[in-house]
Write a protein that binds this ligand. Structure first.
Ligand SMILES: Cc1cc2nc3c(=O)[nH]c(=O)nc-3n(C[C@H](O)[C@H](O)[C@H](O)COP(=O)(O)OP(=O)(O)OC[C@H]3O[C@@H](n4cnc5c(N)ncnc54)[C@H](O)[C@@H]3O)c2cc1C
Length: 474
């Protein structure tokens, strides 16, 4: 073995964390003796867990649990808080902007893992940055929760029905898994808030779900899992969600959003789940990329044409073992790719041939609120409580650190503490003179939420504990 092999991991997402875990378990003695050194460079100094997005939004879990600090995870690696700027493959080095020193450093590598993931896609929508909300960005979920609370607070202080209507109109944009999860759990959150804020009992909030297709979640229909799709529709109908299909978000304004079909709906809270985009490293890049900017990879997860540069997750295009389709860009695939990359680097260091990435896939899942979920596992479809509990067990298993699992279980067992979880002040104000546009092309009456379905009994003053005891999660 070559002395002092240096493995450089870019990013602290799923790919890097699981590659690191695998390297530590397969090359433990070499890492201990210093023959193998690992360095992680990341713009975030924590790992962000996206698995419980809905639960974080609804307040079932404290948002702080989304983050696992690097110091907890990377006990056997060096960490550089900074941004990889470019890869100099001819020098076997990466240029890194170090956030602490402010300087640009050159870090050499023997093996490089590119796991720089993706960021919220604003799709160039005017007003997205100023008024829209994203769920992946730093503090995205916490911001969403704060804005929802602020809107409810503002509505409760206002006497103007137009202002109240705009404050209590919420939009979720995006017809994928993240969109439906956010939509279902937003309803859950509003229901919980209504036990505290009487305005939500007097004035039923409106939740709009906007997506461009005729049907949402096209992957379910394509895979023949229409029972899951029907369940989602039923659940959202029960919640009174107003579905606006075949519509694209055109613009977000301070107190309204516009769709490409001409509709303009007063609302102050527009949560965008319209997918992710890649932020490639500085160009010209020496690597083959697809139109989305993802690195093309070999079946062994090496960047095409290189034997010591590896890539996976959202930033890479990886073909499925069947050779007929691409692997999905989600956390499970990123975890499995990270693991394979770790194992393949260890094999290369030991002089063995790297192996193909052969994970065939497992399924898909989304939650729509407490005890409500859809799950497809190896072609078997489950819905409701059982699906929710299996999903819970699965996500707990894939949380990056055992201490986070313990905290998550404890949080699930506690009654919901809406206020303690967030803290912070509400900056959202309603000004009496603010212009609220009229609704253009309002939806037919039949689609409007039925107030009685959302209104809990006014005499309830405390949030109801609705958590079953975690006795047999999987
Ligand atoms: C709201 C939401 C909910 C989701 N829910 C699920 C779910 O329930 N199940 C599921 O399977 N998937 C889910 N996903 C998808 C999943 O989160 C992604 O597919 C996964 O995060 C991809 O992992 P990754 O390692 O490629 O990148 P990421 O997890 O995005 O990590 C990228 C890392 O690279 C760092 N970085 C970026 N650029 C640089 C740079 N230039 N230099 C250094 N570091 C850099 C970032 O700071 C970050 O640490 C969800 C995604 C979102 C947005």
């Amino acid at each position: 073995m070559k002395k002092n092999t240096h493995i450089l991991l870019l990013g602290l997402g799923y790919v890097s964390v699981w590659a690191y875990k695998n390297l530590v378990s397969t090359l433990g003695p070499q890492i201990k003796s210093g023959e193998v050194q690992i360095t992680v460079v990341s713009t975030s100094d924590y790992h962000a867990f996206h698995g419980f997005t809905g639960e974080f939004l609804a307040g079932m879990l404290p948002v702080g649990l989304r983050r696992t600090p690097q110091a907890k995870l990377l006990t056997k690696a060096n960490f550089v808080h900074g941004k990889a700027l470019s890869i100099r493959q001819e020098e076997q080095a990466v240029l890194v902007q170090n956030f602490h020193s402010g300087k640009t450093e050159r870090i050499e590598f023997d093996h490089l893992v590119v796991g720089i993931g993706s960021v919220d896609n604003d799709a160039g929508i005017p007003g997205f940055r100023e008024y829209g909300l994203g769920v992946k960005k730093e503090n995205g979920i916490a911001e969403c929760r704060k804005r929802i609370l602020a809107a409810v607070e503002a509505a409760s202080k206002s006497l103007d029905p137009k202002q109240i209507d705009a404050a209590l109109s919420f939009a979720v944009v995006g017809g994928g898994f993240a969109g439906i999860e956010v939509c279902g759990n937003l309803c859950e959150y509003l229901r919980e808030l209504s036990t505290v804020y009487s305005i939500l009992r007097k004035h039923a909030p409106k939740v709009y779900w906007v997506h461009p297709g005729e049907e949402a979640l096209p992957q379910l229909a394509e895979g023949g899992f229409s029972s899951l799709l029907r369940y989602c529709k039923r659940q959202l109908e029960k919640e009174g969600v107003i579905t606006l299909s075949q519509a694209r978000l055109k613009e977000i304004k301070a107190s309204a959003f516009e769709l490409d079909n001409g509709m303009c709906i007063p609302s102050r809270t527009v949560i965008c789940c319209i997918g992710q985009k890649i932020v490639p490293l500085a160009s010209p890049t020496p690597f083959m990329t697809d139109l989305k900017g993802r690195m093309e990879t070999s079946p062994q997860l090496q960047a095409v044409g290189y034997c010591n540069i590896w890539a996976g997750g959202d930033a890479a295009r990886v073909m499925h073992i069947s050779g007929k389709k691409e692997c999905r860009a989600d956390a499970l695939w990123a975890i499995k790719q990270g693991r394979r990359i770790g194992r393949n680097i260890a094999r290369s260091i030991k002089g063995k041939k790297p192996l193909r990435f052969s994970f065939p896939g497992m399924g898909q899942t989304a939650s729509l609120g407490m005890n409500k979920a859809i799950l497809e596992l190896y072609g078997i479809c489950l819905t409701g409580r059982l699906a929710w509990w299996i999903r819970l067990g699965f996500f707990l298993y894939y949380m990056p650190h055992r201490s986070q699992v313990g905290k998550a279980i404890r949080a699930f067992l506690q009654p919901r503490r809406l206020w303690e979880l967030d803290g912070g002040s509400f900056e959202f104000q309603v000004s009496g003179s603010e212009h609220i546009p009229e609704t253009r092309n309002p939806k037919p009456e039949t689609r409007n939420p039925k107030p009685e379905t959302r209104n809990p009994k006014p005499e309830t003053s405390k949030p109801k504990r609705s958590y079953p005891i975690l006795s047999n999660p999987v």
